[in-house]
Design a protein. Structure first.
Lengths: 286, 339
């Protein structure tokens, strides 16, 4: 049980990496990207290709995959998603839902439904021993540190750069920001680019941790979403707390019965929704 | 001299179409007497698609409720029918009718939670709730014993003419949702819905209790989707949580409504027919068929947000169902003027 909780806390780091991108896109564009989970899986497959072409360790290719996904995100926002803005909530939902269907099936067509994995060598298997007989894998531990580093980096970008200032301005009031000379269409592109850079990091980590197949995207979207809502809307560090709560809930559920892993996560999410709809660290109810 | 005016719902096209509709209904009702079994199963599927599309359209096209978790009510309706008929031993038809009541009860519980979120996050929350119901069923040894699909044994009461009876039932579901939507939209609630569709804030400012209207529509649609779920089970014979709580069901609703035309009664009918014909011809392409579908959905949403029916309507002004209120000004004829 203690072991399940410790592993769950570390799993929270991965969920924070999943959630940060979803939260940025919602914060800046007010879009919920229903293809978000498929971008995570797409990143894992891109890593697979990169590793096969270069025979590098997947962790080394992370910068490359993040750059590719960032450029892809910018192009996607400018080329498609910007055209869905301004006429209600439904168009971006439907278009990202369509993207989700396309990505899943392209992956299915190219890579088949077989499960794949990424091999990070010794790092993946080695672990350190803690008191009370708990063994913590180095890789989950480093993932957690990576999540903290990424969230810290995002906070620096959003809080202390010109681009971050544009994000906040557009998020607060798009029209006024636009009147003050903010190029909103470009800012949206940059927000999606940064979101997908973070998402790509999450995708590579997922690919090393577990086996994956083209159909896993929607469930990752749901984990990311639960993480955001549990942590609280509009709170970047809240995603880490949300991720930890979700990770612990899932692992404790799985400790009692393997079939309860996801269910326990959903139930904790619903309890938070009933008890504190604005999340544990949310500013106010949305 | 006073200018007289009145509010009219019908158009000359809609009055003529009412006759066409009745003839079409009679024709559709007679189909089982000359169609073979595979055609009947397909047409049953089409009727279910029309019904599900019309219901999702009431949510997304009129009430501004963007639910990506409507598969929950298909699954709940189907499982309620299965449980009440096969496990409790009720008469199949009674079980089917009660499945609508079960769906509405669970919808009330669901609404308490998900109506706390708005917009895009509401959409994902509905999906999470549907997933929760799927996993509850999946982990339940009575509903899903040994993790294998269960046949609906109560179906044996229908005998050899099963496919005909299920087709008629689906026809009633398809036509019933169309007529039901028509009645709903012409009612006082429908007027509030049209106001919400056009502008939620203005509707609220004009005295429409937006939350109450939304909740009412959500519950009505949940009940009806549950009933359609029961019919879906009767057509498919066997039941398992992964297919009856599949997001793919909501994907079909979204495609039918968006491609056909959001916020019109005609749209989902057209969308269902288009989807059905494409599916019959392209589904053998496998993954490519879904890729084409995804691209089609995106292109329609961006280039023609009112869907195929919207394109037709813009060109012809055609309105087949009398739901839109129009102001008709009549010039007084006392001075003999020709108007």
């Amino acid at each position: 049980m203690t072991d399940a909780i410790v592993q769950g806390i570390l799993l929270g780091g991965l969920y924070a990496l999943f959630a940060a991108g979803l939260a940025i896109v919602f914060g800046v564009m007010k879009i919920v990207n229903l293809a978000h989970g498929d971008f995570i899986i797409l990143s894992a497959y891109l890593t697979l290709v990169a590793v096969e072409l270069t025979s590098l360790n997947p962790m080394v290719t992370v910068a490359l995959i993040a750059a590719i996904m960032g450029i892809f995100g910018y192009a996607l926002q400018r080329g498609i998603l910007n055209f869905t803005l301004g006429s209600g909530i439904l168009p971006p939902l439907v278009v990202t839902f369509g993207l989700s269907i396309i990505i899943q099936n392209v992956l299915l067509e190219v890579f088949s439904a077989d499960t794949q994995g990424l091999d990070a060598g010794a790092l993946e298997l080695s672990s350190m021993s803690l008191p009370f007989g708990i063994a913590v894998g180095w890789f989950p531990f480093l993932t957690f540190l990576l999540a903290i580093a990424v969230l810290g980096g995002l906070q620096l970008v959003i809080g202390h750069t010109k681009m971050g200032r544009s994000f906040r301005a557009v998020s607060d009031d798009e029209e006024t920001a636009s009147l003050m000379g903010v190029r909103t269409r470009h800012v949206f592109g940059m927000a999606m680019a940064i979101a997908l850079v973070v998402t790509a990091i999450g995708g590579v980590v997922l690919g090393i941790r577990t086996q994956f197949d083209p159909a896993l995207g929607p469930a990752r979207l749901i984990y990311a979403f639960e993480t955001v809502i549990i942590g609280g809307l509009g709170s970047l560090w809240g995603t880490l707390v949300g991720g930890v709560v979700l990770g612990v809930a899932q692992n404790v559920g799985a400790y009692f019965s393997p079939g309860w892993r996801e269910l326990a996560g959903h139930l904790v999410f619903l309890i938070v929704l009933a008890w504190r709809p604005s999340g544990l660290f949310g500013r106010n109810g949305e | 001299m006073t200018v007289q005016h009145r509010v009219e719902l019908g158009t000359s096209a809609s009055r003529r179409f009412a006759m066409v509709g009745i003839v079409a209904f009679v024709f559709l009702a007679l189909i089982p007497f000359f169609a073979d079994r595979s055609l009947l199963v397909s047409l049953t599927q089409l009727m279910i698609l029309i019904a599900l599309g019309e219901l999702w359209n009431l949510l997304a096209g009129y009430a501004g409720i963007y639910s990506f978790g409507q598969q929950a009510y298909v699954g709940i309706g189907a499982y309620a029918t299965f449980a009440l008929a096969d496990l409790v031993g009720l008469n199949l038809w009674l079980a089917l009718v009660l499945s609508g009541a079960v769906a509405v009860l669970i919808a009330m519980l669901t609404a308490l939670l998900i109506f706390r979120l708005h917009g895009g996050y509401f959409a994902v929350a509905t999906w999470v709730v549907a997933e929760t119901y799927r996993l509850i069923v999946k982990n339940n040894a009575t509903l899903f014993p040994r993790g294998t699909p269960q046949p609906l044994r109560a179906l044996s009461v229908l005998g050899a003419n099963r496919f005909q009876e299920v087709y008629w039932l689906a026809l009633v579901a398809g036509v019933g949702t169309i007529v039901g939507a028509l009645i709903l939209l012409r009612s006082r609630l429908g007027l509030a819905l049209s106001a919400i569709r056009d502008d939620e804030e203005t509707a609220a400012a004009s005295g429409v209790d937006v939350n109450r209207v939304k909740l009412t529509v959500y519950l009505i649609v949940a009940a009806a989707t549950g009933l359609v779920g029961g019919v879906y089970l009767l057509n498919n014979v066997s039941i398992d949580p992964d297919s009856y709580f599949s997001i793919g069901l909501t994907a079909q609703m979204v495609i039918v409504v968006v491609v056909g035309g959001l916020g019109t009664i005609e749209g989902p009918i057209l969308g269902a027919i288009v989807y059905f014909l494409l599916d019959e011809n392209l589904s053998e392409l496998g993954a490519w068929w879904f890729i084409i579908l995804g691209v089609f959905l995106i292109v329609v949403m961006i280039r023609a947000p009112k869907g195929l029916w919207g394109l037709i309507q813009d060109r012809t002004g055609l309105r087949l169902f009398p739901v839109q209120r129009r102001l008709v000004i009549e010039k007084p004829s006392v001075d003999g003027g020709v108007s």
